[in-house]
Design a protein around this ligand. Structure first.
Ligand SMILES: Nc1ncnc2c1ncn2[C@@H]1O[C@H](COP(=O)(O)OP(=O)(O)OP(=O)(O)O)[C@@H](O)[C@H]1O
Ligand SMILES: [Mg+2]
Length: 292
């Protein structure tokens, strides 16, 4: 029975892919390809003027001196903005200059930055750029991609030009997944269709990592979720070793907090967020090593 269920899910995923990309796309007839095509021709962006920050040697191991991370999944409410707030908290704590590019028309990140400021919790090394067009996203990513910087691009939970621009500009994509069929479907749309398109368009690899979010004990144990887990595992995209569990501390970020600013910070939320940051760094480093 379970196997048949798994097949149903796979058939559903394949149907979504066909709908999004068309059976055959010799030219740029489907919407997604047209967006990618526009980025290179219409906006004039290419690998040369929008590329990774590079590397420097730190002790004996190579660490990235700059990293552009976008959070992407074409579904609302999976935890993109929360994941980026957690990663921003960790990056700031570790001394990176952090730029948040708010590519979501609802401007959730801009509101967060404003609330941090009003609460006296906004570090000087945190910049916020509101970017509501593909050109603004691409230009902001290029401009702020400096030494020892982390640029975080928040995208809307849908597929649009801004999502493609975020992918195009990034060094790595974090895909937050909440354990549910719709979320897994949306995550696989990103890794199997949108990311390959961004790679094809810009001509350099774009690693991605799944990050499980809002995890509960039920998610870890429920048998019904094992098919979804198997599909995620079979996707080929690495899954971060650490996950963001369902915690009040993450909800409280919305009230003008970083992970470290409350009087009594949540040590578990900090530990798992630092773990996810390290997992993202590791995936990025490994991908760069393989590409070299
Ligand atoms: N790990 C978590 N623990 C508890 N609550 C969480 C967690 N992650 C996200 N949330 C909550 O879930 C809701 C949706 O999260 P968030 O806004 O980050 O999602 P999103 O993917 O950015 O949504 P949208 O597509 O609408 O921008 C928020 O209320 C947030 O506080
Ligand atoms: Mg959001």
């Amino acid at each position: 029975m379970r196997q048949r269920g798994g097949c149903r899910i796979k058939r559903g995923l394949a149907a979504v892919a066909r709908r999004d990309l068309g059976q055959s796309c010799p030219e740029h007839h489907c919407p997604v390809r047209m967006i990618a095509h526009k980025l290179t021709l219409h906006f004039g962006f290419s690998y040369d003027n929008c590329r990774a920050g590079g590397w420097h040697k730190s002790g004996s191991s190579k660490v990235p001196r700059a990293m552009i991370i976008s959070a992407a999944i074409a579904k609302g409410g999976t935890g993109k903005s929360t994941l980026l707030r957690a990663l921003a908290s960790v990056a700031l704590k570790r001394g990176y200059a952090v730029t948040l590019i708010d590519g979501d028309v609802r401007q959730n990140m801009s509101r967060w930055a404003q609330m941090l400021k009003e609460a006296g919790n906004r570090p000087e090394t945190l910049q916020l750029v509101s970017a509501t067009t593909p050109r603004e996203i691409l230009e902001a990513a290029e401009l702020h991609n400096g030494d020892r910087s982390v640029v975080l691009i928040d995208t809307e939970g849908t597929t649009n030009d801004n999502l493609m621009a975020g992918l195009f500009a990034s060094d790595i994509v974090v895909v937050p997944i909440f354990f549910a069929l719709d979320d897994v479907t949306a995550a696989i749309q990103i890794t199997d269709h949108y990311i390959p398109l961004a790679v094809e368009t810009r001509g350099r690899p774009l690693p991605a990592v799944f990050v499980l979010t809002k995890q509960t004990i039920i998610d870890a144990k429920a048998r019904a979720l094992s098919e979804l887990r198997a599909i995620i595992q079979a996707n080929g995209t690495p899954i971060a070793d650490h996950a963001l569990h369902n915690r009040v501390a993450y909800r409280d970020l919305q009230s003008g907090q970083t992970l470290y600013s409350p009087d009594q910070p949540d040590a578990k939320a900090i530990a798992e967020s630092e773990g996810v940051f390290d997992d993202v760094l590791k995936t990025f480093t490994e991908a760069m090593r393989q590409a070299a």
